[in-house]
Design a protein around this ligand. Sequence first.
Ligand SMILES: Nc1ncnc2c1ncn2[C@@H]1O[C@H](COP(=O)(O)OP(=O)(O)OP(=O)(O)O)[C@@H](O)[C@H]1O
Length: 326
Amino acid sequence: MVVIKVERVSKEYRIKQTEPGIKGALKGLFYSNTKTIQAVKDISLTVNEKEIVGLLGANGAGKTTLLKLLTGLLYPTCGTISVLGYRPFERLPEFKKQITMVMGNKNQLWWDLPPIESFNLTKEIYQISNKEYKHNLEYLVNLFNIEDLLNTQVRNLSLGQRMKCELINSLLHFPKVIFLDEPTLGLDIISQKMIRQFIKKYVQENNATVIITSHYIQDITNLADRIVILNQGEKIYDNSLSEFIKEHQLYKKVTVFAKKLRILPDTWNEMLLESDVFKATYKIPNQLISRFLQEISAVNTQIENLVVEDVPIDNILEEYLGRAYN
Ligand SMILES: Nc1ncnc2c1ncn2[C@@H]1O[C@H](COP(=O)(O)OP(=O)(O)OP(=O)(O)O)[C@@H](O)[C@H]1O
């Protein structure tokens, strides 16, 4: 079932520009100079139920703008958007009850109150029945394992603990579609891992559809089964993560260990990543692996060990993004 359908959507921001200095500011009061920023350009996208889509791109690529269009916080300049059959910008209560947006850089919890107070308020906002609220809260509190934090003032929670509570607050109404904008921003590696596990478990157990943006590649490789890459507002890649790996995992990392190691000359040298007297690591294209192994064994008769590894997907994705941004 199609949950999200975006057809030829663009979003322009118009910003007022003033010249520098007091003179410029005064001039700006009478004559306004506007500049148009094309944040999203002619994007089409279809997301099916239960899909987890990783939205990637450099700073300013248009990811947050696209998420805001999908949640109805912004109105598209042109094109059409349908989420669960609704036009998001109408912000109908039935629509809002079925979606959520979590922004890693924005707090929704009351700073001076314990999380349970914010949860109770969310119950009222979403008009969740007592029975449903009791069930949902119990489920989420167990899933995120935060029972002992429910009554601690939010200002006294660590960033990771607060993020868990933020997520619970955003999931209390059990939304069908979840938009996550940098959900692990600023968290240490252990908390990032924990948050990913919880999101994964919630999504699997509740058949949710997710779009997630993150600059932490591991959020994407751990959670997403499809990636969409934006560059300066345009969609430049859209495929499953496994297809991406097939298309881009074109090298292997080969490490050779030997006493008094002799490295290979000529073109092989360009593939050498690092070496010392006992060890050399190469990045070899898949089609040259067997030739490389033959040649390195021919010049080193006493090889002690040979390790052939796939280049990790995180590195491939980072390399691709680095290239796409340039
Ligand atoms: N409210 C706004 N008014 C004017 N321009 C904006 C506004 N919000 C975003 N932009 C501009 O639109 C473009 C896309 O921004 P957006 O925040 O969508 O990118 P992003 O991919 O989410 O970036 P980041 O990874 O840094 O969060 C940028 O050039 C940005 O400066």
